[in-house]
Design a protein around this ligand. Sequence first.
Ligand code: CO
Length: 674
Amino acid sequence: MSDHNQVKITSMNYSEDRPSAKDPVKIEDLTFRDGHQSIFATRGRTEDMIPVAERMDEVGFWAMEIWGGATFDTMHRFLNEDPWERIRTLKRYIKKTPFSMLLRAQNLVGYRNYADDVATAFVERSVANGIDIFRTFDALNDYRNFETVVPVIKKSGKHFQGCICYSLTEPRMGGEVYDLDYYIRKAKDLEAMNADSICIKDMAGLIAPYDVYAVVKALKGAVKPPIHLHSHFTSGMSSMSILKAIEAGVDIVDTCMTPYAFRTSHAAIEPLVMALLGTNRDTGFDIKHLGGINEILERDILPKYKHLLDDTKISIIDINVLLHQTPGGMLSNLVNQLREMDALDKIDAVYEELPKVRKDLGQIPLVTPTSQIVGIQTVNNVLFDDENERYKMITDQVKDLCYGLYGTTAIPINPQVQKKALSGYHRGEEPINCRPAEVLEPELEKAKEDVSGLAADFDDTLIYALYPVTGKRFLKWKYGKDEVPDEVKPKTLEAVKVEQKLIQKAKAGQLVEKNEKDAPPKSENLRTFNVFVEDEHFEIGVDEVGGLSRVYDIRPMPAQEQVVSPITAPAPAPPVVQAPPQAVPPKPAAPKPAPAPAAAESGDETSMIAPMPGMIVRYEKQVEDTVTEGEIVVILEAMKMENALPAPANGTIKEINFGVGDSVAKNDVLCIIA
Ligand code: CO
């Protein structure tokens, strides 16, 4: 046993030039990746990392995580930044500290398994652009999904860090799946794959101090590679868990700079430096130097991101994580999704349904993308199932999971759910047992063709190969083929300050913007509504800008039998057929009559309504195409899941209201069928 199994005070010299500890705890800083991913929705811009980059390089971190996870997606989608460029830019400022990235194994930095040719090329290009450590995980802990990327990492002479996703089915470690033996077995698997280090990846902040003590002790005794702890703060346990892990002999732990720490992020580095000062595991870091970095972040950087902080809660920890053993991010996604669908009152039903769905789907760990897969299926079940039928609307990703496309689940999938999911599934009705990517056709050549003339180099092609819709849109911005929309442009600190002042004024009731415009004349289409707010009564005139409102035929919802398309497997979302919101019944005694419903003029039209907010992936049908009820018309991406929406009626597509990549709100009219 090495003596780092015991933490003891070895020196009373606490000065900056104190002697270095015999066995310092190594620290990986996550500020530039998981830090802003966790608390600012991954919106951190490269320009906001540069002001502290050189100082961060001086701290003495074992590594800095600067890339991977959601950064690739968010950067090209929301920030108009080339993800590859970030690595190269930061490398110019951070010359000593190795760069780490979070690699979702065969999912790379996306939400599905990519073909082997894409996976190989992606890792090669990540190495070439400057990544040194590949923290690799698979959402199912199925290490066959490592088999393509790991040899590329090793061949490049880079560090392969294998992760064990930490999961629970009960309040503490144990139970039918995730017990101590499970974690030892997984660590041995990783050692057999020549892992350079092994990371316990506690993405939900579930690991309790005395459980992590047991796990780290057991792993230190069972395998040789250094043990690394990644534990989110979400539940409030991680500072305690880190300390217990250090007592158990952990080699490396993850932290963030204070302004990027806590909440759903990670424990802060500064208190840990102080806690270990003068011990045999002293980090050796200079607390004053860290303080200087914090000052810059607080003063010059964080004000730009403050609006992204979740200020709906006062508590910085999420007690729900302790109650439900699920990641905080997943819970907030569920809440947002329900809110957008006006179904927030169903949250308790969702909490109740969640463990059932997870068990049906093989008791898989909950981490990207499985947390989304389980989460959205749970919401679908709560919203669309009835007493006669379960799993009415199965997402494509659940079908893929049931087919075996993500790998082997911790326990077998519920055979009934699996059978239903795979009925009519386009890859086949029999699930596979092989390494999932073996059934995937190569994707690179087609990607190259698709963006030839647009992609200037191979890195561009990979952006497209990983994210066809948003990737292509980004490349058009990058090369000036499309105008860059304002919402993806950076904000200056000055603009933020002006905004903050206005908000403060508004909150103090000092902001009364006078409407300079004269009211337009009332038209003959003016309709009046009675509005009651508790006992108060208002009469409100509504006069639609641009003349007559369109009134559509309102048809009843198709009966609940599902029309199964031959290609896409069963039970897609029944699109809600309804009139657009302006078709509110007028007040009977209104002074001016409401316009006559335009039903006669617009004929027998059905509008296809978005059942949930999302992004248009593509229209399967064009204007003038005839459709039969149940045929797939639109693919809508919602919460990173693709949903195939069928036609609610027979007819001809008369009007298509959105384009590829457009965002739609719930109830937006996607197209008109007549
Ligand atoms: Co994390």
